[in-house]
Design a protein around this ligand. Structure first.
Ligand SMILES: *Cc1c(COP(=O)(O)O)cnc(C)c1O
Length: 412
């Protein structure tokens, strides 16, 4: 009998060891890992640079709390702002994606007080999108555009509305005097791997400027090289300047760390957006510890030193070309950006046991055949290999995928 709260329907395997793109279960069976802990293990499992950075920092100083200065935090924030975002701003370090989004949501409420509606009442409403995913805190599930994460948890914090993704007209029509921010993933991950179009992002930026709204990108899954550029929105429309960004997942390569960034942009004479979050406004006990920041610095260093953005683009092209060349009856197409890829499934043709979701059934069959790959919604399989995955590993994984898909074809 398990003493773990049963919030997950887990796949029937126990993983005990990992190295690079491979993991092993407790019976010694080897798997190719194209789940990467849900886009977390950016450098694969136990990469030497990360092991070394964590070991060295753990032997020096693990935690000291945010009442004191932490040089690793300063260095990590400097790298993120100056080398990657490249727009003046400030960073707050948290421990997860949901917490990072909570920080953005709190900032939007402060902004709504600083820049109220015409009648003087604070603006508060945040617009996000159907099929989005923004985390499991009360703020996160309120922002999320999927009913299944909210069931039975009402009353939820109010002030969120969800619009169809990539529909600029619907969004423009939905903006009200209370609206204060627009929050979106450049590529919806959990919701089925849906990429925002450049026109959509540019249109949103214009609407935000026109209506004095904050533009927030949730880059928790897309960020730090998963999609190619360390900032996924720059792969789509690089000229856009957001007001806030949230991250987590890949940043620590498996060590828990999240972050959010706020622009220094002036919102009133002499007053920066980032200054709305002033002393006392927000906090965290664990966030941005020397150990977490040392891990993230090692990850970001490896991604830029090894030019993993180039590998991401090449391996993504390899996946797309290979899967497209199959013309497989069970595949409707490959979506995504970089190595955040979704394989659309022709579920009407697929042989699936009664009561099982097609994508989950496929994931379970792949597992049997030695490949880890998570579902994204009922009819999409996600491929999230590490950013340093090799061409040979892609070839091997896609061979397993092809054979498994063949086995799910109707027999008649
Ligand atoms: C995973 C995810 C989150 C939540 O992150 P946690 O670390 O699980 O809290 C939020 N937004 C997006 C886009 C995600 O993919």
């Amino acid at each position: 009998m398990s003493h773990i709260l049963q919030t997950y329907g887990r796949f029937p395997v126990t993983l005990v060891r990992g190295e690079g793109t491979r993991v092993w279960d407790d019976a010694g069976k080897e798997y190719l890992d194209f789940c990467s802990g849900i886009a977390v293990c950016a450098l694969g499992h136990s990469p030497p640079v990360l092991v070394e950075a964590i070991s060295r920092q753990a032997a020096t100083l693990i935690h000291c709390c945010n009442l004191y200065h932490i040089p690793q935090q300063e260095e990590l924030a400097r790298r993120i702002v100056e080398d990657l975002v490249k727009i003046p701003g400030k960073v707050f370090f948290s421990n997860s994606g949901a917490e990072s989004n909570d920080g953005l949501i709190k900032t939007a409420r402060r902004f709504g007080h600083a820049r109220p509606a015409a009648d003087g009442s604070p603006r508060y409403e945040i617009l996000s999108f159907t099929q989005s995913f923004h985390g499991r805190t009360l703020g996160g599930i309120s922002a999320t555009g999927q009913d299944k994460v909210k069931e039975g948890f009402d009353p939820l914090p109010g002030g969120f509305r969800h619009l169809p993704f990539n529909d600029l007209d619907a969004l423009a029509a939905a903006i009200s005097p209370q609206t204060v921010a627009i929050l979106l993933e450049p590529v919806q991950g959990e919701g089925g791997v849906n990429v925002a179009t450049a026109e959509f992002l540019r249109g949103i930026r214009e609407l935000c400027t026109q209506h004095d709204l904050l533009l927030y990108f949730d880059e928790v899954q897309t960020g730090f090289g998963r999609c190619g550029d360390p900032m996924a929105w720059k792969e789509i429309a690089p000229e856009i300047e957001p007001d806030g960004i949230s991250w987590a997942k890949g940043l620590g390569g498996g060590f828990p760390i999240g972050a959010f960034w706020l622009a220094d942009r002036e919102i009133d004479a002499g007053k920066a957006l980032s200054s709305l979050m002033n002393p006392g406004s927000h906090g965290t006990t664990y966030g941005g510890s020397p150990l977490a920041c040392a891990a993230a610095l090692a990850v970001l260093g490896e991604i830029s030193d090894r030019r993993l953005d180039a590998n991401v683009r090449e391996r993504a092209a390899q996946v797309r070309e290979t899967i497209t060349s199959w013309n497989h009856p069970l595949v409707t197409g490959v979506r995504g950006l970089g190595l955040l890829l979704g394989v659309g499934l022709n579920t009407s043709l697929m042989t699936v046991p009664e009561g099982k979701l097609p994508s989950i059934h496929l994931s379970a069959e792949l597992l049997q055949n030695g490949l880890l790959a998570p579902p994204a919604g009922p009819s999409t399989l996600r491929l999230l290999p590490p950013l340093n995955v090799s061409a040979d590993e892609i070839t091997a994984a896609l061979k397993i995928l092809k054979n498994t898909l063949d086995s799910l074809l109707p027999t008649a």
